[in-house]
Ligand binder design. Structure first.
Ligand code: ARG
Ligand code: ZN
Length: 463
């Protein structure tokens, strides 16, 4: 057990142990970056003391042996003097680390990769860490039992990292608070494709291996990164609006997904009219055949689906490009800002495409009995990482938006949604900020409404 582990086991709270470690360790107090960013649900997610500007990831994957080779060039800026700092990396073997070209020493402690540069880094300095690593990635099991991260499939890997899994395939400041741009260079056996985020820069084949290059220029949270590998049918086109679309589809899912994927440009167009301009320069979909996964993820610019999606799922993951990807969480507790909004987009899509109204969807849900899990906790307070993907977050979160719409009227409601996406584009938002925006735009005091609909467990007595 590590020293830190031993102290935690001895009954000291993690925060106290962190304090002791920095006071008593080789680094003087205040000069070690913290091992987390104080997220109550995932205390070790992310790291303090610096912000990453850019990840340049060079990967090689062999689906046969499941071996991944990696080299991460991380360009970051210190926010304090740093004698050492942490990255998140779970499993895999690190073979070398340099910081500004000087060999650094490092140690491992669970998901924490602790890096000690040869020379301490001054405050407000840009620095570059190069981490060389490899091994067989192991997905993490989330508190709710789902698999997350680099998940092997029969022909490659389904790669999706919400909330924790980025650290299963690259060293990261693994919290949505810290967004960065990305370059990916991924080499796989000829015949397979490696599909990542952003714009496709090209591919080259030599010696039986193909290298794919991708660039995600707009800032992205680590959990939204992907480098999904498989045998894919690829389709590329540019929309009349200039959006570069790249779809990669497992042939086993091709027939079922074709009619839905054809609608992607019109769905994004429809969402742009409601939420404001689409926030990224690229778009697309990765439709894998990954029966073990059980979910889709809104990987930035190019969601990844574990099977052919239905239209509602496509609308949902597309809406996340605004709500969750462009406007990021600052704490996992606020997850309803992602899932409630993406679910509400599904309701709106139905309403505006000949289906039932959002009010009817609300009414149907309100009819669920009071002991249903829908009412089991407050959407804005799932209580722990175990519950962040459950019905109160998704459906009841969307119900709260319908209540807001009732209270302020359509015109103001749609202005609130659009302003939220536009004002926080490529940035962050919190629940408190959303409430403030809604009150400002409507000129109404909405405390009671939000208290009832997102702040209180149990079925509200009035619909
Ligand atoms: N955000 C995804 C969605 O669109 C769900 C991700 C679930 N992740 C997980 N590890 N269970 O709803
Ligand atoms: Zn979602």
């Amino acid at each position: 057990m590590s020293r830190r582990g031993a102290l935690v086991a001895a009954g000291l709270p993690v925060a106290v142990v962190a304090l002791l470690a920095s006071a008593a360790g080789p680094a003087a107090a205040g000069t070690a970056g913290s091992p987390g960013v104080n997220d109550p649900y995932f205390p070790l997610a992310g790291n303090g003391g610096y912000h990453v500007k850019h990840y340049d990831l060079t990967l090689g994957y062999d689906p046969g042996t499941r071996h991944l080779d990696g080299r991460a060039v991380i360009t970051a800026r210190s926010t304090q003097q740093l004698n050492r700092f942490n990255l998140d990396l779970n499993g895999l073997k690190v073979t070398s680390i340099t910081v500004d070209q000087a060999t650094a020493t490092f140690s491992r402690d669970g998901q924490e990769l602790v890096v000690t540069p040869r020379k301490s880094i001054a405050k407000d300095r840009e620095f570059r860490a190069v981490v060389t690593y490899g091994g067989i990635p192991q997905p993490v099991t989330d508190p709710d039992g789902s698999l997350d991260g680099w998940i092997p499939t029969d022909d490659g890997a389904f790669v999706a990292g919400e909330p924790q899994g980025a650290m299963t395939w690259f060293p990261a400041n693994n919290h949505p608070k810290d967004k960065a741009s990305y370059d990916f260079t991924v080499t796989v056996p000829q015949g397979r494709s490696a599909v990542a985020n952003g714009v496709f820069l090209g591919q080259t084949t030599s010696g039986g291996r193909t290298t794919f290059r991708w660039r995600q220029s707009e800032p992205m949270a680590a959990y939204l990164a992907t480098a999904t590998v498989g045998t894919f049918k690829v389709e590329q086109y540019t929309t009349p609006g200039g959006l570069k679309v790249y779809n990669a589809v497992d042939p086993r899912e091709a027939a079922a997904s074709a009619p839905v994927l054809k609608k992607l440009p019109s769905v994004l167009d429809w969402e742009s009219k409601i939420f404001g301009p689409y926030p990224f320069r690229a778009a697309g979909a990765i439709v894998d055949h990954a029966p073990k996964v059980g979910y889709a993820l809104e990987t930035q610019s190019r969601p990844v689906y574990d099977r052919a999606p239905d239209l509602s799922t496509l609308v949902h993951e597309s809406a996340h490009q605004w709500f969750g990807d462009s406007v990021s969480l600052t704490t996992w507790k606020d997850i309803w800002l992602n899932e409630g909004f993406a679910t509400y987009a599904e309701w709106l899509y139905d309403e505006q495409h000949g289906g039932q109204t959002a009010q009817k969807t609300f009414d149907d849900l309100y009819a669920t009995p009071a002991d249903d899990e829908l009412w089991s906790f407050a959407p804005a307070d799932p209580g722990s990482g175990e519950h962040i993907f459950e019905a109160p977050v998704y459906s009841r979160g969307a119900m709260a938006l319908q209540k807001l719409r009732q209270a302020v009227g359509d015109k103001t409601f749609f202005r609130i949604l659009r302003t939220w996406a536009t004002d926080n584009r490529d940035g962050h938002g919190t629940t408190a900020q959303f409430i403030r925006l809604a009150e400002r735009e409507s000129g109404k005091n909405l405390d009671a409404l939000f208290h009832t609909w997102i702040g209180t467990a149990g079925k509200p007595s009035q619909p």
